[in-house]
Ligand binder design. Structure first.
Ligand code: ZN
Length: 343
């Protein structure tokens, strides 16, 4: 099958487009013939190589995709070739205490499709049958590939872990990336007031079109501005997946009793901290990673019921994968960068 892959870690010039063996579905697995795939920031980290996360080379990246079930492995019930599907990109063992509790993203051997095994930047991928969901009928093939990892992450972080309630205010740093846009859409769906930041006026304008109530330039005045706009109260929830560049603003922008949610640290993992504000304002710092199968089921159901549509930035061909990675690297995108794998 044709695939976008790399034989050595490094920059985007390591990416190759060529033939890789067609994977076989083992017990409990299915092979999906992919129509579309989508990039995540994770794909850049995997290409660059992550300390402590050894992967087998050559490697095919990509956590997100949509396609048609092609073959079904032993012991799989209720899945037939020809079904149009999307899938939860979380990989879990199914046996540890956390999996038995239904908390798959806490699995002792948790991994992500395209990070710990071969992913979706190819004509076919093998995934666990219990990760599948029917492709939402209101979405195009491009949109179908564009919500898995980011919306699942946003759903668990905001709703399952963050306990977002209608009427609360939510500050989201760095609008434009997949998780931040998913958080914007889900927070609006939940009836929250949403404040977003970006260094790009263009991204702020787009966020306002998508329903952001307040758009703020991303600078060292964010916390002050949030307080001004919330009657000095601050935000009930702060979504901070930026890390070092924004953390202090997050602590200062949170309302008393507020929750700061993190699912990443794209600007670095070791920010300055202000412990006095954490205890005095009784803040909760809540970490979240991907989602459980139940989070995935709830998310797909909400996508269908509310006809949510992920924002697609660009659609490129699989053969143009290097261009797609480079666009992600320059952080130019607003929404998801999708790869088309047709024909
Ligand atoms: Zn497990």
């Amino acid at each position: 099958m044709r695939a976008l892959f790399f034989e050595e870690h490094g920059e985007t010039n390591r990416l190759l487009f060529g033939d890789r063996p067609l994977p076989e579905a083992g017990p409990g697995e299915v092979r999906v013939r992919l129509r579309t795939a989508a990039l995540n920031h994770l794909d850049l980290f995997v290409l660059g190589g992550m300390p402590g996360v050894p992967i087998e080379l050559p490697h095919i990246g990509g956590a997100d995709g949509a396609g048609v079930v092609e073959t079904v492995g032993a012991g799989v019930d209720g899945v037939e070739p020809g079904m149009e599907v999307v899938f939860d990109p979380g990989l879990s063992c199914g046996r540890c205490e956390f999996c038995r509790r239904g908390e798959q993203s806490l699995c002792e051997r948790f991994g992500v499709l395209g990070e710990h095994n071969d992913g979706t930047f190819a004509e076919a991928v093998v995934v666990a049958a219990d990760s599948l969901a029917p492709r939402p009928g209101h979405l195009s093939w491009e949109e179908s590939a564009a919500f898995g990892l980011t919306y699942l992450t946003a759903w668990r972080m905001l709703i399952t872990r963050g306990g977002l309630r209608p009427g609360e205010s939510v500050l989201i740093h760095g609008i434009g990336g997949g998780v931040s846009l998913a958080c914007l859409q889900l927070a609006k769906l939940m009836g929250a007031r949403v404040l977003v930041t970006s260094r790009s006026q263009k991204k702020l304008d787009r966020a306002a079109e998508l329903g952001a109530d307040d758009v703020l330039p991303a600078d060292d005045q964010v916390a002050r501005e949030v307080r001004t706009r919330t009657g000095r109260r601050g935000a009930d929830i702060v979504v901070d997946s930026v890390g070092e560049a924004t953390w202090m603003q997050s602590i200062k922008a949170a309302a008393k009793g507020g929750r700061i949610l993190t699912c990443g640290a794209t600007s670095g993992p070791n920010p300055a901290e202000e412990i006095r504000l954490i205890f005095w304002n009784q803040l909760s710092i809540i970490g979240s990673t991907m989602g459980s199968r139940e989070d995935w089921r709830q998310l797909v159901s909400a996508m269908n019921v509310h006809k949510l549509r992920p924002v697609v930035d660009t659609v490129l061909q699989l053969a143009e994968g290097r261009t797609a990675y480079e666009r992600m690297e320059r952080a130019e995108q607003f929404g998801k960068i999708v790869l088309s794998i047709d024909g």
